[in-house]
Design a protein around this ligand. Structure first.
Ligand SMILES: NC(=O)c1ccc[n+]([C@@H]2O[C@H](COP(=O)([O-])OP(=O)(O)OC[C@H]3O[C@@H](n4cnc5c(N)ncnc54)[C@H](OP(=O)(O)O)[C@@H]3O)[C@@H](O)[C@H]2O)c1
Length: 345
């Protein structure tokens, strides 16, 4: 499997990253370990988790995904693997994380200690801010609303606190997630101005139904700063596999946790998915592999974070790594997007 470098960190990661947010909810510890074994033996060295996982987030299960990765990691050579995890940003109704998560020095310190303990390791390769401290429209919100602005920990303070942990050897590199062009550039400028660690990755949603990264200015930011995309939800929660088109009640995240899939319950989703399914059929491709290969083919992508609840799904998805989509197909994808522009922001 091809490897790409995380920003200016020198850390080499496989272009497919294994996401773990099903571990501890839809997948047991034994299933999680089988997925990790399968991924590792397929050439994947990059694993993404978060202190908040699994999802849907609940007090009773919080931390399980990291713990399952940790129990698997315990028997391995640590430097064969690149482990990414995340600190939760402020969120209403998540008081069970440190009484309400904030990205300040004190909470960053205790969040990192908690993740290290669950992951059974003494360093984290990539430590990411799961979503911004400040108000931004997120997780499918389409419009910016200035009335929702609120007091937030400054970007300088967040970066200083994280940089101290880099110096202490607890984390190797810093990443952002669910970020905007303004946010990424503010971290970049603070790093330059104050001589702090530079951010090396942006973990945002990117898939055939959500191309905001290349529409809203992040692709340009990525090109000019060298900070690449770690694309999450490449299958739009499974919609792009076509299984819910064949059977709206098909077993899976969308039917098991209906509230969780609201981001994808938007106008034009059905029409766009149908068009992508027909396109995949015309080219004799698996819709899931076409969707993942599309993300991989973008110059700003460092790695695609896939998720699976079974080894069959995982195997199919990893197969996309060796797929090269012809230009004619990429053009037809753009034509579908022009007709139904990114229906799920
Ligand atoms: N930073 C963030 O805010 C954020 C947000 C979301 C995700 N992530 C990261 O990205 C990872 C992947 O995200 P995601 O799970 O949303 O990705 P996704 O590719 O959109 O959805 C993956 C889900 O689709 C279904 N699926 C996958 N492959 C399939 C196949 N070949 N055939 C049929 N169904 C298939 C499975 O769920 P069912 O079996 O239940 O249908 C699987 O769990 C997460 O684990 C996490 O690490 C980060």
């Amino acid at each position: 499997m091809e490897h790409r470098t995380l920003g200016r960190s020198g850390i080499e990661v496989s272009t497919i990253c294994l996401g773990t947010m099903t571990f501890g909810q839809q997948n047991t510890e034994a299933e999680a370990h089988r997925q990790l074994d399968f991924a590792f033996s397929s050439g994947i060295n990059f694993i993404d988790t978060a202190e908040m996982y699994p999802v849907p987030a609940r007090a009773q299960t919080q931390g399980r995904s990291e713990s399952f990765v940790g129990s698997w990691l315990a028997g391995r050579r640590r430097d064969d693997l690149i482990i990414a995890t995340k600190i939760a940003g402020p969120a209403r109704g998540m008081d069970w994380i440190r009484g309400g998560p904030r990205v300040n020095a004190e909470q960053i310190q205790s969040a990192v200690e908690g993740s290290l303990k669950r992951l059974k390791t003494d360093y984290i390769d990539l430590y990411q801010i799961h979503w911004p401290e400040r108000y931004v429209p997120q997780f499918g919100e389409r419009y910016y609303d200035s009335r929702r602005e609120r007091e937030a920990v400054s970007i300088e303070h967040q970066l200083e606190s994280l940089s101290r942990l880099v110096e202490a050897g607890k984390i190797r590199a810093i990443g952002l997630s669910n970020e905007t062009p303004w946010g990424v550039m503010s971290f970049e400028q603070a790093a330059e101005r104050l001589g702090l660690s530079h951010v090396v990755s942006i973990q945002n949603a990117f898939n055939l139904l959500n191309r905001r990264f290349e529409m809203d200015g992040l692709a340009e930011v990525s090109q000019r700063t060298g900070i690449g995309l770690l694309a999450y939800s490449p299958l739009a929660f499974g919609l792009l596999t076509g299984k819910y088109e064949m059977n709206p009640n098909a077993a899976g995240r969308m039917t098991e946790f209906p509230g969780f899939g609201q981001r994808y319950a938007k106008p034009n989703v059905h029409e766009a998915v149908q068009a992508y399914l027909e396109l995949a059929k015309a080219y004799g491709l698996s819709p899931a592999q076409m969707a993942i290969a599309f993300v991989l083919q973008k110059s700003f992508t460092t790695s695609v974070i896939i998720g699976a609840t079974s080894i069959d799904q995982l195997s199919e998805n990893i197969g996309a790594a060796s797929l090269q989509l012809p230009d004619s197909l990429m053009e037809k994808i753009d034509a579908i997007d022009q007709r139904w522009p990114s229906p799920t922001p």
